[in-house]
Design a protein around this ligand. Structure first.
Ligand code: DAH
Length: 358
């Protein structure tokens, strides 16, 4: 008969001196695995007489339990020691200054997006997002672009290859307006969102790049009217350009998704080859806006007799150029570190309305 006490002593000693989790695992397999020493004893119980079994059973079970606990305890101990060693080894001193030559900067487009988000967040707007690759429904149809209408081509749309099964052609979204549709489909009004993001059109010159950025705004509630639109946008422009008494005008325009539609201009002066805002006899177009068209509300499952709203959209890169004096749009996306070093912003100064935007 095997000496249970000796077996236990050997196992407990081996466990105590195991230095790694793998060593502990090897002992577990050798003792409690399928053909382990203790498993063998348990299996052998079937061959014992009832009396022997009554005597040996509790001893072997007790041995199994004690060895099992010792294995688990040693494993936990080793894991804790390993974690401690890693914590020591991977310690990072967060108070060390960044190395000046390796310091990155925030791109003017991202800086301006952060500024816009900060201003609108203070007015109670949440940030919404949608995919860069859109379907025709969200980019055009739900926004009241008539089927086969040349507007789809006028947007200089990038079409993806048609799906061989369905023939459906996805598009790179030509504007952020599809996020309006996605938001109205997925949220109950009242809605107050802005949607910053990338947009794409087949166009390239000093003022157009195939990829650019827009911010969309959408407010849906009961009894919303143009007065609300005007206040929100004038307040935004005042804070964004840090001017007090904004001189703006709303010029009638056409967008399929709003009725009435307008473009907002700010008074400006272009004399002497220099652009100055809020003074002079000239006007600078800033954004498009309007009251959400009833067809758009219906396409998104809202009853236009119950809900109204306004929407607006603007080009972020263009506003960044205007605010920070960037002369040409194209280098903005060429990822030249010298350009970024010149026009970029400190990553440590996140814009917020309390400490100042820029
Ligand atoms: N989606 C328009 C564009 O890309 C911009 C725009 C105009 C958005 C008016 C709006 C809006 O939400 O109301 O040209």
């Amino acid at each position: 008969m095997i000496d249970l006490a000796q077996l236990e002593l050997d196992l407990i000693n081996a466990i105590g001196s195991a230095e790694t989790a793998t060593a502990v695992e090897d002992i577990r397999v050798a003792a409690l695995g399928k053909s382990g020493s203790i498993s063998g004893l348990l299996k052998g119980m079937g061959a014992l007489s009832p009396d022997e079994r009554r005597e040996q059973g509790p001893k072997i079970n007790g041995l199994r339990d004690r060895v099992g606990s010792a294995l688990a305890a040693r494993k936990a101990e080793l894991e804790a020691a390993e974690l401690e060693a890693r914590l020591q080894a991977e310690r990072v001193d967060l108070s060390l200054p960044a190395r000046p030559r390796r310091r990155g900067s925030v791109h003017p487009t991202m800086q301006v997006m952060d500024e816009m988000v900060a201003i609108f967040a203070e007015m109670g707007f949440a940030v919404a997002e949608g995919p860069d690759i859109e379907d025709d429904f969200h980019n055009f149809t739900a926004l009241n672009f008539p089927p086969k209408h040349p507007a789809r081509e006028m947007h200089d749309t990038f079409f993806l290859k048609p799906n061989p099964q369905t023939g459906e052609r996805k598009v790179l979204r030509t504007h952020t307006s599809p996020v309006q549709v996605r938001t109205m489909q997925s949220q109950e009004p009242p809605i107050r969102i802005i949607a910053p993001g990338r947009t794409f059109r087949k166009d390239s010159d000093a003022t157009h790049t195939p990829m650019f950025h827009q911010i969309e705004g959408l407010v849906i509630d009961r009894d919303i009217h143009m007065g609300h639109l005007k206040w929100v946008l004038e307040t935004f422009v005042a804070r964004f350009f840090e001017i007090d008494d904004v001189q703006a005008r709303f010029r009638p325009h056409h967008f399929p998704f709003t009725e009435p539609s307008a473009e907002m201009d700010i008074r400006c002066d272009r004399s002497g080859g220099k652009l100055t805002l809020n003074t002079g006899d000239d006007w600078l177009e800033i954004l498009g806006c309007g009251m959400v068209h009833p067809n758009v509300l219906r396409a998104c499952g809202l009853d236009p007799d119950e809900w109204q709203g306004f929407a607006f959209g603007m080009g972020v890169d263009r506003l960044a150029m205007l605010k920070y004096g960037v002369p040409d749009l194209r280098p903005m996306f060429e990822a030249d570190v010298r350009w970024l070093a010149h026009y970029g912003f400190s990553a440590y100064a996140a814009p917020n309305p309390a400490s100042g935007l820029s």
